[in-house]
Write a protein that binds this ligand. Structure first.
Ligand code: HPA
Length: 273
């Protein structure tokens, strides 16, 4: 793709023309977690379709709009609907939303997703705080020309899921009486769910949950010095863990059922950061 800095700036300038504040927290909502944005006050809603150079969401359970406003007194931007490699985007295109966040002034992102449990001690409906990730599939979203305006060519990923922020998440969960897991997220390209043999291999490598999103956003955020919190809703046990099939319906049902708990946690985290 032939991007330059102006390409991202055009999207950001369009968004800035619709608001009179600069969001400091970005929230990306995963499958069926859309109602998290309900409590944002003074909402300004912008459809992805209207934003120059932005991507279009193609997944049914992802709404495709930005919601800007105040949550717990903080200026936030919320992406309801995200972009995945399996939709046909190139990895290099998946940098767009996070770079636009950066140009708007975002300093911290809360990235949420639905994921399958590889760790057999997890249950559906659990929330896993992402401690770290494994991405062995596909290329980096930062392949190609480096934009020094955003960050250096080579950069450190050893504290990608910021340690201090993870402590805040744990405290938030504790205060709300929510049982929080903490584990390693394995990035899978999808759109097919994994085979049982793939899940066993991921477990052997140290993964606790698997999903098809988030990691490209984390890499882009760390490159441009945005801090990251990652939260997975365990929507199903991964392939072969139980004797049943993995279905998109199950993922959507569990995600919707747990949306309320998830919302309370995210609100509390926003309050504390
Ligand atoms: N595998 C990959 N992605 C997922 C899963 C899964 O089991 N559940 C939700 N997203």
């Amino acid at each position: 793709m032939n991007y330059d800095y102006e390409y991202f700036k055009e999207s950001a300038d369009y968004i800035l023309s619709k608001i009179n504040f600069r969001p400091s927290i970005g929230i990306v909502l995963g499958s069926c977690l859309g109602e998290l944005s309900d409590e944002i006050e003074n909402q300004v809603i912008i459809d992805y379709d209207e934003i120059p150079n932005f991507l279009k969401s193609t997944v049914k359970s992802h709404a495709g709009r930005l919601i800007l406003g105040q949550l717990k007194g903080k200026d936030v931007i919320c992406m309801s609907g995200r972009f995945h490699y399996y939709e046909g985007y190139e990895f290099e295109q998946l940098v767009i939303p996070i770079r636009v966040f950066k140009l708007l002034g975002v300093e911290t992102v809360i990235l949420t997703n639905a994921a399958g449990a590889i760790n057999i001690s997890y249950n559906t409906g659990d929330i896993m705080l992402i401690e770290d990730h494994i991405k062995f599939m596909g290329s980096s979203p930062l392949r190609g020309n480096n934009f020094d305006e955003f960050g250096p060519r080579f950069f450190d990923m050893s504290n990608a899921y910021d340690r201090e922020l993870r402590e805040i998440v744990k405290k938030s969960a504790k205060d709300l009486g929510i049982n929080l897991k903490e584990g390693i997220y394995f990035y899978a390209e999808g759109p097919q769910f994994e085979t049982p043999a793939e899940i066993r291999a991921m477990r052997a490598m140290g993964a606790d949950a698997v999903g098809m999103s988030t990691v490209t956003e984390v890499i882009t955020a760390i490159h441009c010095n945005i801090k990251v919190i990652g939260l997975s809703l365990i929507s199903n046990m991964a392939a072969g863990v139980l004797n049943n099939r993995v279905t998109a319906e199950e993922v959507d049902i569990v995600a919707s059922q747990s949306a309320e708990k998830f919302k309370r946690l995210v609100n509390e985290i926003v309050k504390k950061i």
